[in-house]
Write a protein of this length. Structure first.
Length: 209
C-alpha cells in the first residue's frame, strides 16, 4: 500500500480508520471501541486517534485476525450486551447498517453486513477444475461489521474452533443463528491501492448527494 499502513492511508483528506470509526461513534449505544493496531502503532498511536473520543482504546494486535480480536475482547468491558467486529479497511459502511447489525444482535442472534451474490460461483478442485456450480440465490458476500451477543462471541473465542475465516464462521460453530444484513454492496474493503480511488469516488458521491 505504498509503504503506509492501511488504516492510516489518506481517503478524501482523512485516514481510512477515521472513516471506519464514524458510524460507530455516531451510535449512542456504543460505549467502548477497542482498536487492534500493530504493536509498533499501539505503543505510539497517532494523536488524532487517542484524542478523538473517550470511548476509544488501543490494544496491540496479534499475528492473525483472530489473535487481534481475542486481544481486544480481553480488554473490553465485561458487562457489554453486544460486541461488533469491524475491519478498519472498510471505511464506507453506512450508519444505518451499523444500527441494523446492533439491533439484530440485541435480540439474541448474530448479524453480518454483506450483500447477495450477483456473480455465478464455481467450486473447484486443487487444479482449478470446476466441480460444481452452487445456486447463487443462497450465497452472500460477508463483510463487516459482524455483531453478536457479547457472551456468544466470547464463548466462540474461548472454545476456539479452528479454520474459521471470519468471526461469524467462528460463532456459527457454537450454533447461534446469524442473519445477513444487506449493506448495499458499496461497503468496500480497501485491499489494493486502486481500491482507494474507488472508495474516494463512492465517498465523494455520498457527500455530494
Amino acid at each position: 500500500m505504498g509503504g503506509v499502513r492501511k488504516p492510516f492511508l489518506d481517503l478524501c483528506g482523512e485516514p481510512i480508520l477515521l472513516h471506519a470509526l464514524r458510524p460507530f461513534l455516531a451510535d449512542a449505544r456504543v460505549v467502548s471501541i477497542m482498536i487492534a493496531l500493530s504493536p509498533t502503532d499501539a505503543a505510539d498511536p497517532p494523536e488524532w486517534l487517542v484524542s478523538l473520543d473517550h470511548r476509544i482504546g488501543v490494544v496491540a494486535g496479534g499475528c492473525t485476525r483472530g489473535e487481534s480480536v481475542s486481544r481486544a475482547l480481553a480488554v473490553l468491558p465485561g458487562d457489554l450486551d453486544v460486541i461488533a467486529v469491524h475491519d478498519a479497511a472498510r471505511p464506507l459502511v453506512p450508519e444505518q447498517v451499523v444500527r441494523d447489525c446492533l439491533d439484530a444482535a440485541s435480540t439474541g442472534i448474530g448479524a453480518v453486513a454483506g450483500s447477495p451474490a450477483v456473480d455465478t460461483f464455481k467450486t473447484v478442485d486443487a487444479d482449478a477444475f470446476v466441480r460444481s456450480t452452487p445456486d447463487r440465490a443462497a450465497l452472500w458476500h460477508a463483510h463487516t461489521p459482524q455483531a453478536f451477543p457479547a457472551e456468544a462471541l466470547r464463548r466462540a473465542y474461548r472454545e476456539g474452533a479452528g479454520g474459521a475465516t471470519d468471526d461469524a464462521a467462528l460463532v456459527e460453530s457454537t450454533g447461534l443463528r446469524i442473519r445477513m444484513i444487506d449493506d448495499g454492496a458499496a461497503n468496500l474493503k480497501v485491499t489494493r491501492l486502486h481500491d482507494v480511488a474507488l472508495a474516494e469516488t463512492i465517498l465523494r458521491s455520498r457527500l455530494a448527494s
